[in-house]
Design a protein around this ligand. Sequence first.
Ligand code: ZN
Length: 172
Amino acid sequence: MGSDFFDELGETLTRTAKEIGERADSFFEVQKLRNKISTEQRMVNKRKMDIGTLIFQRYLQGEALDDEVAALCEEISCHKKTVFEYQEEIAKMRGERICPCCGASVDKEAAYCPKCGTPCAPQENKGKAEDEAAEVADYEWEEETEEETEEITEEESEEKDGENQKEQKEEE
Ligand SMILES: [Zn+2]
């Protein structure tokens, strides 16, 4: 074996190391570009959301929109209404109401929303005695839920407790 062999071997090793290095470089380059793509994609999605918000606002302001867009806005309205109903249900269980304007929780006794000042008429579909009983029940229930964990099963069983209290109230 002459020195040629070692020269060649050395050359091959150098070339291999260089190739690995180049591959690593291009790997990081690709990764960098992928991150950039993600950033751009996020911006596209964000702006799409902005467009949706803008159009939905225009729909609420009564602006004439084409049928396809109007139908989508109507669907959003339905879902928002359902959300409001669920929020109201929760608030009712806690002796509160939901502000129809801003969606904040308002104490049952308060005449105005503390957040936006919208007048919130007290609910008058219940008798006074019944109302007081409900307050006590709500208060007790609220205390129980103070240490509430985020576990769904517990929440569900507590929701059932709330239902039971409601049923009892209706029986009285
Ligand atoms: Zn409000």
